[in-house]
Design a binder for this molecule. Structure first.
Ligand code: AHR
Length: 337
């Protein structure tokens, strides 16, 4: 009876688990954000079973990341057990436990926060199942608990955002900051990188800072509060940890009767298509790219690990910095996410 309940629980937790079964794999280089779609690889015999736990769908970046992983699994004929945690870290832990029970070939996940993974990763390690971190890093006592981390350097992204702003303002800006999800690696590191860079410019300071949880509606709401506060009229720049919050803030700034992109310069991170459109419209000034198209790199890596090859501990993605001077209607149209 307990066993039956266990199976039922596992099935419920996986929710809309997708098990796609078309063509099959080969090793191919990962696309950069603007590169064309690759040809279908040649079929092979072994079918890989991979469990993937996604954080949720809080941003356009996240939706593009999910699509990249599902599309690439389908293209290679990987049996993907996909679980959407709907923004709840506990759901991620439960999904990983369910993947362990099902004895999948590999587990991959985008961890919502840095902490809280030690126990479940020890369980995966004990079961001999390789774990690949995508997008965000975790804090654990023993780095052997995961095989590799595929994702961006968030500190560098924050640093690049500040470097662009310092250049655009000749080192003079009164800044409001919209932070990402509290406790998440991108929120912690993008803040760290930005602050370290503006520290070189005595004329730059952050006077308001609050989390908008990487969500557009929340970014708008928090920015409205910034603008209504006694310090609101002093603001000359906004730094958002992602594009969705910046796009929400643009609406708040317009409603407050100020001109986003002119009265208040806005720099954010991700490089999603809506942000490119906003740069074309002149309301967003700069977006530091963070590539969500991790599917090809993820499955290449899993295949390498299953072949017994050694993979680097950090597989980094290639990214650029875009401002209005680099954005045309063609660039917006060609954007893949
Ligand atoms: O971890 C990557 C971040 O998470 C992206 O910048 C953000 O848009 C997403 O929700």
């Amino acid at each position: 009876m307990r066993r039956v309940i266990g199976y039922l629980l596992a099935a419920t937790l996986l929710g809309l688990a997708s098990c796609e079964r078309p063509a099959a794999p080969s090793s191919t280089p990962a696309p950069t954000a603007g590169s064309p779609v690759k040809p279908t690889p040649a079929p092979s015999a072994a079918k890989l079973v991979v469990g993937f736990s996604q954080i949720g769908a809080e941003s356009a970046w996240r939706s593009a990341n999910t699509a990249s992983i599902k599309d690439e699994a389908a293209r290679r004929g990987v049996d993907l057990k996909f679980s959407d945690a709907q923004g709840d870290q506990e759901n991620q832990v439960r999904a990983i436990r369910s993947f362990i029970q099902q004895r999948v070939d590999a587990i991959a996940f985008a961890p919502k926060t840095e902490d809280g993974w030690q126990a479940v990763l020890e369980e995966a390690h004990k079961a001999g199942i390789p774990v690949i971190l995508t997008d965000r890093l975790v804090k654990v006592d023993n780095p052997d608990l995961y095989t590799t981390f595929i994702g961006s350097d968030f500190v560098e992204e924050g640093r690049r955002a500040a470097e662009w702003l310092a250049k655009a303002t000749s080192g003079n800006a009164v800044i409001a900051e919209l932070q990402g999800t509290p406790g998440s690696a991108p929120a912690i590191d993008r803040k760290k990188g930005f602050e370290a860079e503006i520290a070189k410019h005595p004329g730059m300071s952050i006077i308001k800072s609050q989390s908008g949880n990487f969500e557009r509606a929340k970014g708008k709401e928090v920015c409205e509060a910034f603008l209504r506060s006694p310090e609101g009229p002093k603001l000359t720049a906004l730094y958002a940890h992602n594009d969705d919050m910046a796009l929400g803030a643009i609406q708040a700034i317009e409603s407050a009767g100020r001109r986003p992109g002119r009265d208040i310069l806005i720099v954010s991170i991700d490089g999603v298509r809506d942000a490119f459109q906003a740069m074309l419209d002149g309301t967003l000034n700069c977006s530091v790219e963070c590539n969500p198209l991790l599917g090809p790199q993820l499955f290449d890596t899993i295949e390498r690990v299953k072949r017994g090859e050694k993979v680097p501990k950090h597989i980094q993605t290639e990214e650029g910095v875009y401002d209005q001077s680099r954005v045309t209607a063609e660039v917006v149209k060609a954007r893949r996410y």
